[in-house]
Design a binder for this molecule. Structure first.
Ligand SMILES: [Zn+2]
Length: 1002
């Protein structure tokens, strides 16, 4: 909803629960009330003369009043001191009850600005001003007519419900003000203060402003807007019902509309947008609430109708009605969790976010749908009929329905039953879109599915074409409705969109809802995370957050389930949990800022990070934040909001029917040297591979060679080596160790496993020219553990190897990985979130290790060798690294479909056969430094030579074998046709093991 509109959304409907029939004036008590004040003592003294109609029992409310004297027709009546009420029944003739009383109101009433902004009620009498709203005079239950006379000090001006105000000076310098109002009221309000009063005539209406001197410069603007609104609503709804309208500034932060005036808080009138929004809303309540009263027993219809024709209409006039309606749906989705929904017939007034989202938001949408159902003309003529018929009477949703049925000429019971009597919201989906080309035309067929309860709806659908669009409205009612839209075949349909203008009250699809603050505030399960090492720092905010429904939890206690089931509020972009869930969040130089992001494990939840240069002020800012529910980011400087944004989302429920087919122009096949020329200027060059394709590694080598010739200072980053083994690489490259030692120390075969011949040429070249090689990967054991048990399972020791930032928020990447995950049998049984965490951990580690090198060696260019999956669309390593160091990069792939943005270049190297090392044809396992043959392939040389399963390999060519790596390293250095001596130990039945020697020709 509009920022700060909340303030105006409240009306004290002063005439609640009036009987639905009109009272003849003689049937109504007349309360002739005279009041004077002792401001210094905070005391009001009054005389109330109540004329009671004959024969009608009247209950007079006296709660909180100190009675001085009570009499009936001048005969004293004894009332028990402290009585809350008396009941009196006049005889055959009218009786006059006279009550003299006093009351003391020393305290300024409280307002709960955070929970229910705009509402402050109570009484106060002080030298600064007078505010009397509740039980401040003897009142007869039900409605009365009033004649209020107030005696005030000369510098005070007073206001009450009045069509005429008469002021008389008195000999003692004080002033007597008489308020005349000829319509019944259930409750009388009186306000006085040192106001500047300005008046002007607008047709038959007296338009007045009561502003404090320091704000009086605003009064003209308020009167101008008031006149504009009065004209506008007279046109739409009918004649303004009173002779006078006043805008009154209040020292409390209220936004009330009372008959003939509106009471707007001092802080509120100064906000520049109030004249554009709230003022009109409150003026419209003169018709809806103050002229037609609300019969609350069957639900308050007035807030929805007023919101619709005020706040919403002002946006609609700017062609932003759709956006306003979308905000209504976002608020409903955020605040109204399943258990909190209720039908509009149960709405009385707002008490929290959920009741506001229903009673204002959903209700406004219901009037919008009603308008769409009956059409503009019938909508407004029916409204005028409704107002005319129910003037100075109570009306319920039933009267609303009846007025519209007369105008429409058809029954609308189905509509009101579905939207007003019942709770809930439809949830729609487009299924099975299909194209059928028929000559010049193409038919686009699809099925609309209603999940959950089925509604009768007027469903607006747009068929988006490459050129233009086709719009249609369908009536649907069933759970599943097949539909078709036809278009010109040559215009090429690209998407079907449901309700892009938000004409329906409905649930939003995932793509439509941005991560916003109201999702956090409205979430039933929300956790405030106390960062590690910052315990105690946020004590000041605890109380406030508990009141808002937050659970507090220390960072170290946050489990995967906590994140998956809740929304989180985390102070500090630098908090480890923030860094591992959302990655790096750009800092802002502000007193306070807030960022809401999607919760990567919970599509309904959000993660909100707040940061403040003044932690002690956070509570103050968080209270402000509650008024900015629709935003995704917020910045405050001083006490002022200095920036706010909403993340962009889709408009309508969109289903693509034909992906745009991408094409590439092939002027001539570019050769590798040209590609190298083009990428040479970049700081980081990613060259993707399928690990077992030798030609991919040949391309990598060529690129490395070309770059070295050009730049000398280059380095190679490799996914194939893990960070703890950097030393083994360095020793080999510098020539300190030989190849055999390198392979053993780097645990290459155990940790990577692909034939070393694939990478050997690259490493030999690097060694020759002393090109630094960076071990990019994280230790395999950590990735495996995360993929099995999740990040939260890592020990503190293991966390030390995890990079500082883990950005899990790249939703496109996540979806691509999900596709991969679901299409691979076996993976599906595991937890996708863990799988995803492991992938991101892998990528971020490589980006981090790359960044470490780049920082220490800023004048080096780096060629990164890794699997294609870590590079496509820049999602794996490139964008993450760029976030860390802003270095320009290029991505070259050796394989893959040509898709938009998949890479800078895709190459097509011809296959090259790999010079393979000889193989024995056995499967090996390692147990306690023993290498055991676990399986022998049929027809393998090992089998033919006489090796058997369960043989323990003792040595190869006389060199002791303690690990599978040892075996692989020995074999790696043999050529086909070489002979190798194998010594094994073989178990014998009932006898001890025996050692056997074999000579095997490879
Ligand atoms: Zn309102």
């Amino acid at each position: 909803m509009k920022e700060m509109n909340f303030i105006s959304r409240i009306i004290i409907a002063v005439l609640l629960l009036l009987p639905a029939y009109a009272l003849a004036e003689t049937d109504i008590p007349l309360n002739d009330l005279t009041v004077r004040f002792d401001l210094g003592r905070h005391v009001i003294a009054g005389v109330s003369k109540i004329s009671l109609p004959a024969g009608q029992a009247a209950r007079v409310n006296l709660a909180g009043l100190k009675l001085k004297a009570v009499s009936i027709r001048d005969r004293a009546l004894v009332v028990e001191p402290g009585a809350a009420s008396i009941t009196f029944t006049p005889g055959a003739a009218e009786d006059v009850l006279k009550i003299e009383y006093e009351a003391e109101y020393p305290n300024v009433p409280d307002s709960d600005a955070a929970k229910n902004p705009g509402v402050a009620s109570g009484n106060a009498v002080s030298p600064e001003g007078i505010l009397l709203m509740d039980n401040w005079y003897p009142s007869v239950e039900g409605a009365s007519l009033y004649r209020l006379k107030a005696i005030l000090p000369s510098e005070f001006e007073g206001i009450s419900e009045a069509e005429e105000v008469q002021v008389t000076g008195r000999s003692d310098g004080s002033r007597e003000i008489l308020f005349v109002f000829d319509h019944p009221l259930k409750n009388l309000t009186f306000i006085a203060g040192k106001y500047k009063v300005e008046k002007e005539r607008h047709g038959e209406i007296e338009v007045c402003t009561y502003f404090f001197a320091e704000d009086n410069e605003l009064s003209k603007t308020y009167r101008e807007y008031t006149k504009k609104y009065l004209d506008m609503y007279e046109k739409y709804i009918g004649k303004y019902p009173f002779k006078r309208f006043a805008v009154v500034e209040n020292f409390l932060p209220t936004g009330y509309s009372l008959p003939t005036f509106t009471l707007l808080g001092k802080d509120i009138v100064k906000l520049p947008f109030i004249v554009e929004t709230s003022l009109g809303h409150e003026i419209l309540h003169q018709w809806f609430g103050n002229l037609v009263y609300i019969d609350e027993k069957s639900g308050n219809w007035s807030e929805g109708l007023t919101t619709y024709l005020a706040d919403h209409m002002y946006e609609e006039l700017k062609e932003k009605g759709w956006d306003y309606r979308k905000q209504i749906l976002i608020s409903f989705q955020s605040y109204v969790a399943d258990g909190k929904d209720f039908p509009l017939t149960s709405f009385r007034g707002r008490t929290d976010g959920a009741s506001a989202a229903i009673g204002y938001g959903k209700s406004a949408m219901v009037f919008h749908m009603l308008r769409k159902t009956v059409g503009d003309e019938i909508f407004f003529s029916s409204l005028r009929r409704f107002v005319e018929k129910n003037s100075f009477k109570s009306a319920s949703w039933v009267e609303v329905r009846e007025a519209f049925e007369v105008g429409y000429g058809k029954k609308l019971d189905w509509f009101f039953r579905q939207w007003v009597d019942e709770k809930g919201a439809p949830e729609l989906e487009i299924k099975d879109p299909e194209l059928k080309y028929r000559g010049a035309k193409v038919g686009v067929s699809f099925t609309i599915v209603q999940k959950g309860k089925s509604y009768k709806l007027l469903l607006p659908i747009v068929l988006k074409l490459r050129e233009g669009e086709v719009r249609k409205v369908f009536e649907i009612e069933k759970e599943s409705t097949p539909l078709e839209i036809e278009a010109d075949a040559e215009k090429t349909p690209v998407a079907v969109i449901i309700d892009d203008n938000y004409d329906l009250f409905r649930k939003l699809a995932d793509g439509e809802s941005p991560p916003v603050i109201s999702q956090l505030l409205g979430d039933d399960k929300k956790i405030f995370v106390v960062p590690k090492g910052k315990e105690g720092l946020y004590d000041g905010i605890s109380e406030f957050l508990k009141g808002e429904g937050f659970t507090e939890k220390e960072e170290s206690g946050i489990s995967y389930e906590d994140i998956r089931n809740s929304s989180l509020l985390i102070p500090g972009a630098g908090t480890s949990l923030t860094k591992t869930l959302l990655g790096k969040i750009e800092g802002k130089n502000a007193d306070f800022y807030l960022v809401a992001r999607r919760n990567p494990y919970n599509r309904k939840g959000v993660i909100v990070v707040i940061e403040s240069s003044l932690p002690s002020e956070i509570a103050k800012y968080m209270q402000k934040v509650t008024h900015y529910g629709k935003y995704s980011t917020l910045t405050f400087d001083g006490n002022k909001n200095s920036a706010k944004t909403v993340d962009e989302t889709e408009r309508g429920i969109i289903t693509d029917i034909a992906e745009d087919t991408p094409g590439v122009e092939i002027p001539r096949i570019t050769d590798l040297s040209r590609v190298i020329e083009k990428v040479a200027g970049k700081d980081i060059i990613y060259v993707g591979e399928l690990h077992d394709r030798f030609e991919h590694h040949r391309v990598q080598l060529q690129i490395i060679m070309e770059l070295r010739k050009k730049y000398k200072k280059i380095a190679i980053g490799m996914e194939m080596f893990q960070k703890p083994f950097q030393q083994a690489l360095d020793d080999y490259i510098t020539g300190t160790t030989d190849e055999k030692t390198f392979l053993k120390k780097s645990e290459y075969f155990k940790r990577w496993g692909f034939d070393y011949n694939l990478y050997r040429e690259i490493l030999l070249y690097a060694r020759e020219y002393k090109i630094p090689v960076i071990a990019l990967n994280i230790r395999k054991e950590i990735v495996s553990k995360v993929s099995r048990e999740g990040l939260q399972a890592l020990t503190d020791e293991e966390m030390k190897e995890v990079p500082e930032y883990l950005n899990l928020s790249d939703m496109e990447y996540r979806e691509r990985l999900r596709g991969f995950f679901e299409s691979h049998a076996g993976l599906g049984e595991r937890n996708f979130d863990f799988f995803y965490q492991a992938q991101v951990l892998w990528d971020e580690s490589m980006a981090q290790n790359l960044d470490d090198f780049v920082r220490k060696n800023p004048d080096y260019k780096v060629v990164v060798l890794a699997g294609t999956g870590h590079m496509t669309f820049g999602s794996g390593i490139p964008k993450r690294s760029f976030r860390l160091n802003n270095r320009d990069y290029a991505v070259i792939l050796n394989t893959g479909d040509i898709e938009r943005d998949v890479a800078d270049f895709v190459l097509f190297p011809a296959p090259v056969v790999l010079p393979e090392s000889p193989k024995l044809g056995v499967l090996l396992k390692e147990e306690n430094k023993k290498v055991i043959i676990s399986q022998i392939a049929p027809d393998s040389i090992a089998g033919k030579a006489g090796l058997e399963e369960n043989d323990v390999v003792i040595s190869l060519d006389g060199v002791l074998v303690e690990s599978v790596d040892d075996m692989r390293i020995s074999l790696f250095f043999k050529k086909k046709g070489d002979e190798i001596a194998v010594k094994v130990s073989r178990k014998r039945f009932l006898l001890g093991p025996v050692e056997k020697d074999f000579k095997i020709t490879l």
